[in-house]
Design a binder for this molecule. Sequence first.
Ligand SMILES: CC(C)(COP(=O)(O)OP(=O)(O)OC[C@H]1O[C@@H](n2cnc3c(N)ncnc32)[C@H](O)[C@@H]1OP(=O)(O)O)[C@@H](O)C(=O)NCCC(=O)NCCS
Length: 167
Amino acid sequence: MPNATVAARPETAFRLRAASPEDGEAIAALLREAFAPYDGKIQPRPGALSETGASIAAALENGAGSVAEAGGLLVGSVLWHPEGDGFYLGRLAVKPGWQRRGIARALVESAIEAARIARRAQVTLNVRILLPDNVAFFESLGFERAAARPHPGFDHPTYYVMVRRVD
Ligand SMILES: CC(C)(COP(=O)(O)OP(=O)(O)OC[C@H]1O[C@@H](n2cnc3c(N)ncnc32)[C@H](O)[C@@H]1OP(=O)(O)O)[C@@H](O)C(=O)NCCC(=O)NCCS
C-alpha cells in the first residue's frame, strides 16, 4: 500500500473544538508541560507557567478559545478575548510529542476565523523576542511585528506585539 494517506494516519489525527471552562485544569496542565522548557531560561518567567484551572476557567468565562484533542488527550490550546476592536490571542501551546504536526497553525487559524465571524479588525498577540522560531511561526500566519516592548522592570525590549489584520 503506498503511503499516500500519511496525513490521515490515526496517530497524527487531531480535532479542534471550542474550549469551555470545564477544560481549565487540563489546559493549565498542558501549559505547564509545554512551557516547562522555558522555565529558568527566559525572563521574566512566562505567565503561562502560573496558570491554574481556576484562572483558565475564569479566562474562558470572559473570553473564548479552542482546544485540540487527539487519542483522547487534550494536546493543544489557544485562548482569546476582546481587546479594542480586535481579539488578543494567548496561551497557545501544543503538548510535547504532538508538536510539528500543524496543530498550532490550526489553533491560531481558529482564532482568526472567530475574529472574522465576530467582525473584529485584527488579532494581536505578544511573543518573546528570545523565541525567534515562534516569531517566524506567527509571521508565516500573516502576523506582523507592530512594536517591541519591555516587560515591567526591564530596560530593553523583551517582546514583540504582533498583529494580524482580519479581512
Ligand atoms: C510554538 C508551538 C505552539 C508550535 O506548535 P506546533 O503544533 O508544533 O506548530 P505547527 O506544527 O502548527 O507549526 C507550523 C509551522 O511553524 C513552524 N514552527 C513551529 N514550531 C517551530 C519550531 N520549534 N522551530 C522551527 N519552526 C517551527 C514551522 O514552519 C512549522 O511547519 P513545519 O512543521 O511544516 O515546518 C509549540 O512548539 C509549543 O507549544 N511551544 C511551547 C509553548 C510556546 O512557545 N507557545 C507559544 C508562545 S508565543
